[in-house]
Ligand binder design. Structure first.
Ligand code: ATP
Length: 453
């Protein structure tokens, strides 16, 4: 049974060092969380799973890591400066501020139930910055609210450095910042979060084909790479489309409180490259774009066969990495009754995602012979380069197993007195708790098999 409430995950995250409240010792800061020793590993493994699928397994997508702070002109022409806002309402009775489109009932305050609610006003979500020695406090730059815009503005740089024929894509994983009105749901809605986005540039006549292809590809990734059961995921097409979008579909996951968005797959037509390009009048831009007087570069593509120079369409896949990690943890979380009044919490993660790949445990603490062998096994496993291998020299085997069950370590390796006689160790498996005696020489091969399952 996966976690019944997000609170199960919040407690585990704090207890075992996955996620902490940001600025906690000073009372916290809404919408900011810090990732601890096992949280950084799980996030890294999710990022790697995405990068492997989107870049290393293909020939048509390039990686990029653009700056988090950017010239405000990017956000003027992307439309964010004028239009990236949420509808803010306030309760006249208790003063609660809410995002109108996410209220349980827009006519009643979510906090106190009062019907005295102000009219909505547009609330800018971008975080402005004042940078440079001459800055006088006026906003002259922004923290990016998404990775996508910096991908569009690098379109020509990437294409010139690494020529591609259409279709091809550019992918980024990185931080994004939004001044959300009401952060909620633990890491579900934060003010600083991480996105994994890919923009796929296509010939306008191929847009629908590639939108469908990416919907299928991304859904299969959630199932196969993250281990989320297909029946816990669904597509939700947007009923109301943004003016530039031809189609927009979310992938939603069944969180304990109901289905909610984890990734968007959108057909954005030629809006983005069309908005940021120089010499807009030379192109037939389909989307409604702001006249651009500042761009220094044509963001167009020349077809090598026909010689036609045009603005490609964009199919975008935009995933929230923190929401992915939350869904993975909810799905992997199990509370098991072991009989005799005993129970355990176990995180049944796919071994590829596990923060620790294996723990080596000498049965007794500080026994030099056992510790030497354990250290040698740790050394051999670290040479495999598969991620974190831990040595547990506490002498409390039961506690060690419980800790590693809770952080999702797929296998523990116990070194005991029999090891000194026959060079074998016990492998203890997380999911079944089954134990198996294995020759030390065979351990690295066995661990590799488990991690690559
Ligand atoms: P929402 O409707 O939930 O505000 P969005 O449609 O604005 O999200 P996008 O701009 O499409 O989101 O961003 C892509 C992905 O980034 C989302 O699917 C989500 O997983 C993630 N994301 C967006 N905002 C946040 C946030 N404040 N905190 C955590 N993840 C977020």
């Amino acid at each position: 049974m996966p976690a019944k409430t997000v609170n199960d995950i919040v407690a585990l995250c704090k207890r075992r060092g996955f996620i902490f409240t940001g600025s906690e010792i000073y009372g916290g800061l809404g919408g900011a969380y810090d990732y601890g020793p096992y949280g950084v590993e799980l996030m890294k493994n999710i990022r790697n799973a995405w990068w492997n699928a989107m870049i290393y397994s293909r020939d048509d997508i390039e990686g990029l890591d653009a700056a988090l702070i950017s010239n405000r002109l990017l956000w003027k022409y992307s439309g964010h400066e004028a239009g990236f806002s949420d509808p803010l309402v306030e309760c006249k009775k208790c003063g609660a501020r809410m995002r109108q489109d996410k209220m349980r009932d827009p006519s009643k305050c979510d906090n106190c139930g009062s019907t005295e609610i102000t009219e909505p006003r547009a609330y800018q979500l971008m975080m402005g910055l004042s940078i440079g020695a001459t800055a006088d406090g006026a906003i002259n730059a922004y923290l990016r609210p998404e990775t996508a815009t910096t991908t569009y503005t690098n379109f020509k740089n990437v294409l010139d450095a690494k020529p591609h024929k259409l279709p091809f894509g550019i992918a980024q994983i990185g931080k994004a910042f939004r001044n959300e009105i009401s952060p909620r749901g633990f890491v579900f809605r934060m003010r600083e979060f991480e996105q994994a986005e890919m923009q796929y540039f296509v010939n306008p006549s191929d847009d629908e084909k590639f939108h469908k292809m990416w919907m299928e590809t991304r859904m299969a990734w959630w199932v196969n790479a993250l281990g989320i059961p297909a029946e816990k995921l669904r597509f939700l097409p947007h009923e109301k489309l943004a003016h530039y979008a031809k189609a927009a579909v979310d992938i939603e996951y069944a969180f304990p409180d109901g289905f909610d968005e984890v990734e968007g797959i959108h057909n954005r037509q030629d809006f983005d490259l069309g908005s940021h390009t120089k010499a807009q009048s030379e192109f037939k831009i389909n989307a409604n774009v702001l006249e651009n007087r500042d761009s220094t570069t044509k963001l167009s593509y020349s077809d090598p066969q026909t010689g036609e120079n045009f603005i490609p369409y964009v199919i975008e896949t935009a995933m929230g990495a923190n929401r992915a990690m939350l869904a993975v943890m909810i799905e992997a979380y199990n509370e098991e009754d072991l009989g005799d009044g005993k129970s355990r919490v176990v995180l049944k993660l796919k071994p590829k995602l596990s923060p620790v790949k294996a723990a080596v445990i000498p049965l007794a603490r500080n026994v030099p012979e056992l510790l030497n062998i354990s250290n040698n096994i740790v050394g051999d496993l670290r040479k495999l380069g598969i991620g974190r291998i831990e040595l547990e020299n506490s002498g409390n085997i039961g506690k060690n197993y419980r800790r590693h069950d809770e952080i999702g370590t797929p296998v523990c390796i116990t070194v005991d007195h029999q090891t000194l006689e026959d060079n074998t160790v016990t492998l203890r498996y997380r999911d079944t708790m089954a134990q198996e005696r294995v020759a030390i020489a065979d351990v690295p091969k066995r661990i590799l098999e488990i991690v690559n399952e």
